[in-house]
Design a protein around this ligand. Structure first.
Ligand SMILES: *Cc1c(COP(=O)(O)O)cnc(C)c1O
Length: 211
């Protein structure tokens, strides 16, 4: 899909570019280059194959984040190409990211995905698993945990506020032990203004800026 430039300009007036991750699953390398020409520098990709095609054609100065469901056997393809993985949702994936990062002699930044609304259809750790998974991440040499991510339920933006707020409370809880956990990736096209009010540091916006 083509970039909806008017909508993009409006978004840029409202939100600092350092907080905007555009979900680029809707577009190709031309779209990514257009976004970059407007000052966007964080691109969030969902599917490994699609991402690799675009990455091969990309010569800009931005960064790619991985935001979609990630299978362990695909980690090796993206480990040296993304600067942050938002969607870390099970232990085996943590192990695999650590292993692949070690091979490349890097430290990979990750967010832990939380299934905050306890939806059957959504990925992510449960709230009662948060302390254990954070401690587990902290034990990995080649991973740096920097925050939490959530996918909101498909409800009215205002009804999502309680979940955004819970995420903020969990982050503050983690920060008492690990102050370097600073990011909250939450809010999409329909609810990002509420997410920002509740402390989102990354919003992941797609549909709003594509035709
Ligand atoms: C597509 C996608 C988004 C963006 O959603 P929109 O509703 O298009 O803004 C955010 N996060 C993830 C993980 C996505 O796959």
């Amino acid at each position: 899909m083509k970039v909806q430039e008017q909508q993009l300009k409006l978004l840029l007036q409202e939100v600092d570019t350092s907080k905007i991750v555009i979900a680029t699953k809707y577009t190709d390398i031309i779209g990514i280059n257009t976004l970059e020409s407007y000052g966007i520098h964080l691109f969030g990709e969902n599917r490994v194959q699609d991402f690799l095609h675009k990455y091969a054609l990309y010569h800009g100065h931005g960064e790619f984040h991985f935001i979609g469901t990630l299978q362990c056997n695909k980690v090796k393809y993206i480990i040296d190409k993304v600067s942050l993985i938002h969607s870390v949702d099970h232990y085996a994936l943590i192990d695999e990211i650590d292993k692949q990062a070690q091979k490349h002699q890097i430290v990979m930044n990750i967010l832990i995905q939380i299934n905050i609304a306890q939806e059957q259809t959504k990925h992510g750790f449960k709230e009662n698993e948060i302390d254990d998974v954070v401690a587990y991440v902290e034990g990995k040499k080649h991973i740096k945990g920097v925050g939490l991510m959530m996918m909101a339920p498909n409800i009215e933006a205002e009804d999502t506020r309680i979940y955004f707020r819970k995420m903020k409370e969990w982050l503050q809880h983690i920060q008492r032990t690990y102050p370097e956990w600073v990011h909250l990736s939450m809010g999409m096209s329909n609810d990002y203004p509420v997410a920002l009010e509740e402390g989102a540091t990354y919003i992941r916006v797609g549909r709003k800026v594509f035709e």
